[in-house]
Design a protein around this ligand. Sequence first.
Ligand code: 5GP
Ligand code: ZN
Length: 114
Amino acid sequence: MSDCIFCKIVNHEIPSEVVYEDQDLIAFKDIAPLAPVHLLVIPKKHIKDLNEVAVEDEGLMGRLLSVVKKLAAEHGVAESGYRVITNIGSDGGQVVPHLHFHLLGGQKLGTKLG
Ligand code: 5GP
Ligand code: ZN
């Protein structure tokens, strides 16, 4: 999608600190980190949000979560704990309409989720 900022990151049209990349997925550091570790893991193909995930994307979603787990270990938060969030739509607080999973850790995170 040409006007999508995360598609531009996928295509390396705008810079980001990439921490993982394969054929279908990319992960990079959040530009405005809310915790010492704040990564975004996304599918390369433009999917707006979880509502748009199709049955044929199930394998992709499974692999995405495996990447989240691997990155948590690599960034030293697997044992201390971390949080994985995907925001959906307006009430969910989604700002960038390209499916992404936040991986947050490296400090005691707040308990307020809603
Ligand atoms: P959302 O609120 O949509 O779940 O989260 C979007 C996230 O993307 C925010 O945490 C924001 O800081 C991050 N973000 C927005 N634009 C960019 C960008 O150009 N580069 C990077 N690395 N992160 C971005
Ligand atoms: Zn996109």
